[in-house]
Design a protein around this ligand. Sequence first.
Ligand code: GLC
Length: 577
Amino acid sequence: MVSHRWFMLGLSFAVFGSLHAQSSDPSHAPADHPWWRPAVIYEVYPRSFADSNNDGIGDLNGIASKLDYLEALGVDAIWITPCYPSPQKDFGYDVSDYTNIDPMYGTLADFDHLVEQARKHHIRVLMDFVLNHTSDQNPWFLDSRSSRTSVHRDWYIWRDGKGPGEPPNNWISDFGGSAWTWDAKTGQYYYHYFEAAQPDLNWRNPLVEKAMFNVARFWYDRGVAGFRLDAVDTLFEDPKLHDNPYVNGEMVNKYNDNLPENHVVLRRLRRISDGYDAVLLGETWTDNIGQLKQYYGDHDDEIQLPMNFMFATVNTLSAPKFRHQIDSIESSGEWPVFVITNHDMERSYNRYGDGVHNDEIAKLMAALYLTLRGTAVMYYGEEIGMSNNDPTRLQDVLDPLGRMDWPKNKGRDGERTPMQWSAAPNAGFTAGKPWLPIPASYKTHNVATELADPDSILNFYKTLLHLRRDNPVLASGDYIDVDPDNPNLLCFLRSYQGRSVLIALNLSGQPQPLSLDLARYGWGAGKASVLLSTMQQPPTDPGNATLDPFAVVIIQSERVPTSSASGSVVASAHVQN
Ligand code: GLC
């Protein structure tokens, strides 16, 4: 099966001066942008972020207790992966009640408190909306499977088999095996793109759409600023249930993935969201830029922020491969959304690290996705260089995907381990037993230790995030590739209202010459000012310099006028003005 979604696992593997938000609007965005365009959206995996009651599992009050940290870090919004009541078969992506909070995470009152406190910290809250399927314990499904004539029977996809013991067609679940499960009581099969415990909703039934859109309104009315839309590509299936074809021995999900009807639903959901001035962030796994472009809508009337997983899965420190992905989203005319990892992908620290220079490479990757033109989505722990802690024995694996294909695929537990807050036992995450084991690297890679070290990954991230927010060129500037044939360096200008910032990144492990002629781009003669660099002696002449292995150099052709904004930029090691 060609499963784009789990490909990673298969490999085993701000305007000047407007810094301070109005009390009614937590935005740091420049006036010419909606808040979410220059934003950094921080993904919180609630089980693993902060545990306030020491049961070993994170919770909403834990997240609220870390808002000072998140504000100081410089993020604009948090996206919380599902915290609804759930049997946790797929760790929350199996929702049994869409309008409540799972007791393990707290209560609706805790949620309201979190949204209110977040607003005070100028941070918006996005929820995760699991549209494609519910839990098999959801009352809708319990009723659906109770009889062929139940009220909710048609809310799910029930079909007769092709013959005795034969499912309706050849579709394969992303979690392995047939996508159809036999239900003895009513003598039919139900369909599930994912686990059998995650039956697909029937989006062709208008009552399903109505119920789900009411869920959206419920959370919008509670102050949510938007949703991350889970698995939006799989909402619809071919009503005739044609068998999927095989290409080169692999199934292509032609009839149950990326159907045009998806876009009709997204346009309707967008209209509801617009009524709340909310943003939609999409889990949009696509094979090419044309497919990704469709998710924005022909008239910008679908998802404002479809995540670009083609960029996220470059998987190798290759300047040409990243350049190709950047060029292709830039040439689409759409607003890019960059992400380098999430709760379904091996952490970037392992994926891009060479085992020797991982900390330098973590800074390099941060400088890449946080200085490009676009919204950035950042996974918790990336800012401290958290690494994967994959299970070594099948009996320790919790993720259903890891159990399915062990040991070829070790599952997703490794990238979901508890946030490393300090060098104290359990990384300061809990006084109980953490639900997943914490890697030994927590002793060096944790918030407290890194805050005290001016050269840490965390302080690099902080400086970069504040630079991104405070410098209007980075927030709003165009993207210009100024060294398009360089096999080792990515060098691009961001340019806005006559000012330019050059970002020069060495993606190789060798020193590399930098010899750019930037005059034609209006780059001023004379010395540029260094905004941020990992080099001890950062170069200021882009025409004649050498970049250290894995170096980051961010320079500006003219001095940014003094304002409270530039103050935060000066505050860290290797940052010169
Ligand atoms: C999305 C989630 C993933 C989950 C799947 C099924 O891909 O990101 O974690 O397993 O949907 O809900």
